[in-house]
Structure formats: structure tokens, C-alpha cells
Design a protein around this ligand. Structure first.
Ligand code: SF4
Ligand code: SF4
Length: 369
């Protein structure tokens, strides 16, 4: 099965969305440069110029952030190792809760790259086949469930840990070193990883948003949160002329022209469908409670303001930077290769028990003194 895909970058709101995407992509590049300078300091063994580690790098540690979120729910405290990651995740969930999966189409650098690659693929397919390729639903549906299976796996692993085990894991060397390891994963990438990333890239040319649609567990989480969003795409069936342009414009292949309200977990609030509708007041974002239209500019401003407000709250609360000293980072960096992942929750529980035993011994020593 195939669909034509209409692109409307000439529309003002799409220009704003593109500008927001570019800004966030540049922000990520800037964070990457700052982080590489911090790594240079660690590699100099403390002899070089010290560069502050950018806390924004924690935005690339979603599993650690999810664990911090669970820790926060359990204890009411922001864990001190990757606090910025926690606030970034909270901001992204906040955006999804109000505007669906808006983070994916407005801010996510991977989503942006995926969109660019998809557009490139569209141009090729339009030239050769005059159509955009789409997998048949019998293949598409099972593949879409993969990201939920991955999310379920991570959630199961996190929720099978006790509160104390979670605290031990979050404070452990592996979690502290997670961003350093991620840096070396890309800076010193293996042939196998390159093949996997290259394959995903090529697949994204043929199948639009391959990573986001089928594999990203983060997107799965945001899609589920987004279903609860009160602001939905609404079609007025009375004035609709059934031209089908909205469905053709949708990069998530949602049949917008066949529903009254878009409730899909794949809707990213990109507003492409709203932009192409030729009939006034027929396709809009509406609040399901007030039934009022939500303007496109308000959505753009809302997505940005929610993100800035929550991450700003983290900065103003003084919890944005972690409390790992540069001396600790230098020590951890020295034996980075020997730091392995505690492979199972039982291993972490064991680690927790040994920590508890050590605490008991320390307390006994204190009493005997
Ligand atoms: S339904 Fe509309 S807003 Fe949602 S992903 Fe499709 S084009 Fe974008
Ligand atoms: S683009 Fe507008 S008029 Fe055309 S099918 Fe969609 S809602 Fe109806």
C-alpha cells in the first residue's frame, strides 16, 4: 500500500516549527561540544583546562531519567546524580500531557533528523514512483508494537527494583559514568554499531520515521501520555469536503479524514494536517473540555513555554547541576572500562544488601568506640 505525502513548509507555523527544531538541534550540538571539552579535561588527567560538564547532556540518558522519576515518586526527592535529566524528562512528559506527542515533532533532535531523512526519501520516491511508500498494516501494526515491548521491558526492570535498590543503582558508578560511556560509544563507535545506525538511516529513507515509529521506547511513553492530552485534532464532518488532503499530509499516516477526533498515539501535533485543509474551520486543534479552538501559535508557544518552565524550575531550584565532584569524575574516568552494568535487579538487590551490611558494620563500630 502507498500514500502520497504532502509537505507544507511554506506555511508560517511549519516555519516556526522548523526554527524550533533547528534551535534544539543546535543546542544539542553545543552541549556535545561542551561535553567533549569536559572529556578532554578528564583525558588530560586533570592537567588540562577544566571545562564544566554541561548538565543538558543528561537529556540523552532517558532510562536513568525514568529511574530518577520513579525515585522521585517514591521518595519525593530529586536524585542528586542526574538531576537535569530528571527535569528534562519531566518537561517532555509535561509537553506530551498538554499537546500530545509534541516533543517528537517540535524538539527531539532524532525526530528532526528522521523528518529530514524522510523528506529526502519522499523526494526520491515522488520522482520515481510518484507516491510515498508505506508498509501494509499487517506489517506496520506488529512493528509498531516493538517500541511498546521495549518500554515494557524497561518499566518492568525499573519497577521490579526495591526503593533502596533504585537508590543504590542511581548513586552507583555505572549511573554516574553513563554519560561518559555514551560519549565514548559515539566517539569510539564500533563497526557493529555503525552498521546498525547506518541500517536505521537507510530504512528511514524508505520507511518514514522508521526509528520513531517502530523502535523508540521514549516515543512509546510520550504516545501513551499524549493520549491523555485534552488538546486534539478535530474534524468538522459537516463542512469537510472529503478531499483527503489531511491524511495525505500526515507524516504518521493517520487517517485524519476518516475520524472526528484524532486519538492516535502516533499523532505528534505537527499540525501538517491542519495546515493543508482547504476549508476554513474544518480541521483544528480543539480542547476537548472547553470545545474551543486552540490556535497554532498558542501550541507553538505552549510547547516551548512548558519545556522552558519545567527545566527553568530545575535551574532556579539549584538542583540542575549534580553533586559529583571533578575529582570523582577523574577517578571514575580512570577505570571507566572496568565499570559494568549491574546486569539484573537481583544483582542490584545484592549490592544493596552489601551496602546495608556495610552501614550496619559502620554503625556498630561507631557504637563500640
Ligand atoms: S494527525 Fe495531524 S498533527 Fe497529528 S501527526 Fe498527523 S499531520 Fe501531524
Ligand atoms: S483536508 Fe479538510 S476538507 Fe479535506 S478531508 Fe481533511 S478535514 Fe476534510
Amino acid at each position: 500500500m502507498s500514500l502520497k505525502y504532502v509537505k507544507n513548509i511554506d506555511k508560517p507555523i511549519q516555519k516556526i516549527r522548523f526554527a524550533v527544531q533547528v534551535t534544539f538541534a543546535l543546542l544539542c550540538i553545543w552541549i556535545g561540544i561542551e561535553f567533549s571539552q569536559f572529556i578532554s579535561y578528564l583525558e588530560s588527567n586533570g592537567a588540562g583546562i577544566f571545562h564544566q560538564r554541561p548538565p543538558g547532556a543528561e537529556g540523552f540518558l532517558p532510562i536513568s531519567a525514568l529511574m530518577s522519576l520513579v525515585y522521585f515518586v517514591q521518595t519525593g526527592q530529586v536524585h542528586h546524580v542526574h538531576p537535569a535529566g530528571f527535569f528534562i524528562l519531566l518537561a517532555i512528559i509535561g509537553v506530551s500531557f498538554v499537546f500530545g506527542k509534541g516533543f517528537c515533532s517540535w524538539m527531539c533532535p532524532v525526530g528532526f533528523l528522521s523528518e529530514m531523512v524522510g523528506d529526502f526519501g519522499d523526494r526520491i520516491f515522488k520522482k520515481i514512483f510518484k507516491k510515498k511508500f508505506k508498509l501494509h498494516r499487517f506489517i506496520d501494526y506488529p512493528l509498531r508494537s516493538l517500541k511498546y515491548l521495549l518500554l515494557a521491558f524497561f518499566l518492568f526492570a525499573i519497577f521490579s527494583m526495591t526503593e533502596a535498590s533504585l537508590a543504590v543503582f542511581l548513586s552507583g558508578e555505572y549511573n554516574i559514568a553513563a554519560d561518559l560511556k555514551m560519549y565514548y560509544f559515539f566517539a569510539d563507535i564500533s563497526r557493529f554499531s555503525l552498521i546498525v545506525i547506518g541500517s536505521l538511516f537507510l530504512l528511514s529513507i524508505v520507511i518514514r520515521n522508521f526509528w520513531c515509529r517502530y523502535l523508540c521506547p521514549y516515543g512509546a511513553l510520550l504516545g501513551l501520555v499524549g493520549i491523555l492530552s485534552p488538546n486534539k485534532i478535530k474534524r468538522n464532518a459537516a463542512s469537510c469536503i472529503d478531499c483527503g488532503l489531511c491524511a495525505k499530509a500526515c507524516p504518521s499516516f493517520i487517517k485524519v479524514d476518516k475520524v472526528i477526533t484524532v486519538r492516535s498515539d502516533e499523532c505528534t501535533s505537527c499540525l501538517n494536517c491542519v495546515d493543508v485543509c482547504p476549508v476554513a474551520d474544518t480541521l483544528d486543534v480543539k480542547n476537548v473540555f472547553s470545545k474551543k479552538k486552540v490556535s497554532k501559535k498558542l501550541i507553538a508557544a505552549g510547547v516551548i513555554m512548558i519545556f522552558i518552565s519545567i527545566t527553568g524550575l530545575g535551574m532556579l531550584s539549584g538542583k540542575w547541576h549534580n553533586d559529583v565532584s571533578k575529582e570523582d569524575y577523574l577517578m571514575i574516568h580512570k577505570h571507566l572500562n572496568s565499570i559494568g552494568h549491574p546486569t539484573s535487579s537481583s544483582e542490584i538487590n545484592e549490592l544493596n544488601k552489601s551496602t546495608e551490611k556495610e552501614n550496619v558494620k559502620e554503625n556498630e563500630k561507631g557504637r563500640n568506640r
